[in-house]
Design a binder for this molecule. Sequence first.
Ligand code: F6R
Length: 241
Amino acid sequence: MNLIFVKNYEEMSEKAYEIVKKILIGKKNATLGLATGTTPLGLYNKMIEDFNLGNVSYKNVTTYNLDEYVGLSTNDEQSYTYFMRTNLFNHIDIDLKNTHLLDGMAKNMNEACDNYNKMLEKADIDVQILGIGGNGHIAFNEPNEPFDSVTHIIDLTPKTISDNARFFTSINDVPTRAISMGIANIMATKSIILLASGANKADAVYAAVKGDISKNCPASALRNHKNVTFIVDDAAAAKIK
Ligand code: F6R
């Protein structure tokens, strides 16, 4: 596992983009695994900036997102599909046909999960971007999720619901379930970059990096991956330094 310490959110985003850019330059038809939330926004801004400078193209790039809330339509401003369009896809030359997100409104959720798993089996993701939950979750794999899980429906924990309430008018509006790639899907990607910034991530980073590799901290599973890089800022690294 590579552990890179950076000063702050800005440096974390720069470092992450350095790695992503190398992949994009080396492979025009790269496949990216993408996350939502506050953590990757800085990286997405760097991707857009560099695209506007003409340095990279996403014409032949394919993406897969980690997760989606159950019950939100793609047009809902809180949905992850809406997030990806407004924060990245609408600002680069990616073909939306090559972007893949889970459907939180699927009539048959089991079928939606199976279809996504089948796609992921063939996807061969070059780099998976991850944030980390305050409770150590990756994607929406909450503590106690088995490491061999694949895409499935998850009941969000009260901690995740309250952490994510900041994006909604009221905590009562936060969906209580999500559809998410499983830990095994994440572990099957070729490389992983986990980003962590801020004091509210310090306990989770400690458990992921120094704690036991256990279901109590889903992110600890990543230590078994052959090519994983954690990029952690000062505040998030406070307990491991
Ligand atoms: C989002 C996701 C989540 C977030 C995590 C951190 O697609 O999979 O695991 O990465 O909840 O969220 P932020 O970045 O908002 O602190």
